[in-house]
Design a protein around this ligand. Structure first.
Ligand code: ATP
Length: 412
């Protein structure tokens, strides 16, 4: 049987990965947990998420009724009683799991309603436990149905119960050493420019740290190198993080709100900074136009994007949202494909002084002798650009779980 769990935590406590860990440890005494539990990230643009829109699943061989009773007692003992916490747990038999593949893709790329999730649960004959409004059912089913062809892994260390609520101790120096020694096998642990430790959460949840990487053995080695307060439990999860699984190739006219897209386009309006340091510019692709946003949290990425000019050919990756300004893509990555040639007129000289412009594209006239030079005869020079072609991404501090860091290569 396969078990899916979602939406048991809130901003003030718990973590669904921790509940999953407690459940699989308890179930291990009654049967076999097959393979690794899975941490599946879903649509990062949906409004209901607490943090990273993650849901959990695992596969278990053992007595079904006993498993259901253990799971439900752990759920009720640990889920957060919060108005925005709406747990969902499903138990699906092995032969019905493949029928959930379509639901996973919808939950990854679109917005799914609770009614739709209930229909899907019925169609696979799932045993369902929900609390609150039961929205967690959407993610629980999706986590069971997820197919992850090229997974990455996250090794999560949990705090001792007595430490929960107090300030975490994870030594930043040891995190920097791990990043230096194991990157890119281990990724997104430390943001060098912004001096940010990315493995430790800031919320009062049971997680001490989570190290992400492509090789489980290296993750365990790295965990041994992290200096921290005592670790109560360690659990390795298989994940779809850092795979760009949320991204779909689209034209601008097809890119709708809540989707994450990859669009080849051209810059059509010069980038400009607005209040609070957010950067915006417009792009078009012949089918429509879109506002690109690099918000303040994307830090130095904004300064690179500010160097684009109209005519630059680029590709953008990010989440689409309708804002007061219009349809906007929240940039995750950009490829600068071809830079526009910026030319400037060489102002001609006459009678020992610079000639005066007669008007835009109308040439120049000498103020002293009246000689004219037409626009066509004015010589021009190319202005060197301060940005190169290539790939650019938001820094680690602003990275979404699903976004594939450039150090891992681009998947198209
Ligand atoms: P954390 O990262 O701490 O686990 P979270 O960000 O995963 O928290 P949840 O508490 O799981 O947030 O809340 C997300 C809620 O949104 C869940 O109820 C989940 O079922 C639901 N959900 C997930 N994907 C979609 C989707 N595509 N459409 C509608 N609802 C969704």
């Amino acid at each position: 049987m396969h078990v899916g769990i979602d939406d048991t935590d809130s901003r003030t406590g718990m973590c669904t990965t921790y509940l999953c860990k407690l459940i699989i440890d308890a179930l291990a005494t009654r049967g076999t947990v097959r393979g690794l539990p899975r941490l599946i990230r879903l649509n990062p643009n949906i409004p209901y998420k607490t943090r990273g829109n993650g849901a959990l699943s695992f596969s278990f061989e053992g007595p079904r009724d006993a498993a259901i009773s253990i799971i439900s007692s752990f759920l009720d003992a640990y889920y957060e009683h919060d108005e925005n916490t709406n747990p969902g747990v499903v138990v699906v038999s092995d032969e019905n799991v493949s029928d959930l593949g379509g639901h996973y893709l919808r939950a990854l790329h679109n917005v799914v309603t609770i009614e739709e999730a209930n229909e899907v649960a019925d169609s696979v004959d799932a045993y369902v436990m929900t609390r609150g409004n039961g929205r967690g059912l959407i993610g629980a089913l999706a986590a069971v149905g997820a197919s992850v062809p090229s997974p990455t892994y996250e090794l999560i260390a949990y705090r001792r119960p007595s430490a929960m609520g107090s300030q975490r101790y994870v030594d930043a120096e040891s995190v920097r050493d791990v990043e230096m020694r194991y990157s890119p096998t281990i990724f997104d642990s430390y943001d060098w420019k912004n001096k940010y430790v990315a493995i430790a959460p800031n919320s009062p949840c049971p997680v001490l740290y989570g190290i992400r990487g492509t090789d489980p053995h290296v993750l365990y080695e790295a965990a041994r190198a992290i200096r921290s307060e005592p670790v109560e439990k360690l659990q390795l999860f298989l994940t779809n993080q850092a795979t760009d699984a949320h991204i779909v190739d689209k034209r601008i006219c097809e890119a709708g709100p809540y989707e994450s897209v990859h669009v080849p386009c051209a810059v059509s309006e010069r980038p400009h900074f607005e209040h609070k340091g957010h950067l915006f510019f417009k792009v078009e692709d012949g089918s429509g136009s879109l506002i690109c946003a690099a918000y303040e949290p994307t830090k130095e990425f904004r300064n690179v994007m500010a160097r684009l000019v109209p005519g630059d050919r680029i590709e953008v990756w990010g989440g689409v949202k309708d804002t007061d300004y219009g349809r906007t893509i929240n940039l995750e990555k950009v490829r600068v494909v071809e830079l526009a040639n910026i030319v400037k007129n060489e102002v001609p000289a006459c009678c020992g002084t610079r000639m005066r412009s007669v008007g835009a594209n109308k040439g120049y006239r000498c103020k002293k002798c009246g000689r004219r030079i037409t626009h066509e005869d004015v010589s021009t020079r190319s202005i060197p650009r301060d940005i190169d072609t290539g790939y650019y991404e938001v820094p680690v501090i602003a990275r979404r779980h699903l976004a594939r860091p450039l150090v891992l290569g681009i998947t198209l």
